[in-house]
Ligand binder design. Structure first.
Ligand code: AMP
Ligand code: MN
Ligand code: MN
Ligand code: MN
Length: 264
């Protein structure tokens, strides 16, 4: 089945509602989708209704922000979002996000960047990310553009950086499995590690139960895709494709996805 397994809505840092995301995915040729908001499953019911109405399949998904020296994002597919244990895990992840956002705002304030909490008012109960903070820095006139705001104030190495407070990736994998799902390493190409450390991490996550890696990511180069595909083959992992769609900046893709996921 062809589709895109990495889509964000306004329940995290995407621009559109879950239904609008699914409509756009159908228009892009997807027969299967997965809404994978950061540390929240609040958009999944709407995504599922929209997918049903349009005659495609939406896999219940999530993107867990984990940390192991660097950011490691673990996608969960086919999770039972109502399981007691998974809800507790997601609650802790959301709590960590809120604490981190608060610390970031305190540090920014110490550096003369004052962002009132009202900047984050929103009718939807969404999870705040660095993307929202970077947008607020620009809106309030402290920087001219989003990428400068990110690079100067919110990236590792900047004086005001605060790391994600998420779980270890091994824990994310375990929790996804306990909720009946499959765990896939998101955008391995974006891991902030050299090639050797990246392979070592993927091997160690495979020992911890990782099921797949997102070898096709956005506009990844052919070399990057084939490198991750052969690593996946050698480790017995399946490969997925995802656009990491947040809005109109990047196109939703429609690629063949592994049956292990589309049959859940
Ligand atoms: P967080 O999940 O709070 O660490 O926020 C990071 C989010 O910001 C990512 O999920 C991206 O969607 C978005 N983002 C956009 N540009 C960048 C960038 N240059 N560096 C990091 N995150 C970015
Ligand atoms: Mn994001
Ligand atoms: Mn990610
Ligand atoms: Mn993502």
């Amino acid at each position: 089945m062809t589709g895109d397994l990495h889509l964000h809505s306004y329940y995290s840092d995407g621009v559109y509602s879950p239904s609008a995301v699914i409509e756009k995915a159908v228009a892009a040729g997807c027969k299967v989708t997965a809404l994978t908001d950061h540390d929240t499953v609040d958009g999944l019911d709407e995504a599922e209704s929209a997918a049903d109405a349009l005659g495609i399949k939406n896999i219940p998904g999530v993107e867990i922000s984990a940390r192991k020296g660097v950011d490691v994002h673990i996608l969960g597919y086919g999770i039972d979002k109502l399981s007691r244990r998974f809800r507790d895990f997601i609650r802790a992840q959301k709590e960590g996000r809120r604490e981190r956002a608060q610390l970031l705002l305190e540090k920014l304030s110490e550096h003369g960047i004052d962002i009132p909490l009202s900047e984050f008012d929103c009718p939807i109960k969404r999870e705040i990310s660095r993307a929202h903070i970077a947008a607020a820095i620009v809106r309030l006139g402290y920087e001219n553009d989003f990428h400068t705001a990110m690079r100067k104030w919110l990236h590792p190495g900047s004086a005001t950086f605060v790391p994600t407070r998420g779980a270890a990736p091994e824990v994310a994998i375990e929790e996804i499995h306990a909720a009946g799902g499959l765990a896939v390493l998101a955008h391995p190409v974006r891991l902030d590690l050299d090639a050797y450390a990246r392979s070592a991490l993927i091997k160690s996550l495979t020992s911890a139960g990782l099921d797949g890696i997102e070898a096709y990511y956005k506009r990844s180069s052919h070399e990057s895709v084939s490198g991750f595909k052969s690593l996946a083959d050698s480790l017995g992992l399946f490969v997925t494709a995802g656009a990491d769609f947040h809005g109109d900046g990047n196109e939703i893709i429609a690629r063949e996805q592994p049956e292990e996921i589309t049959n859940v």
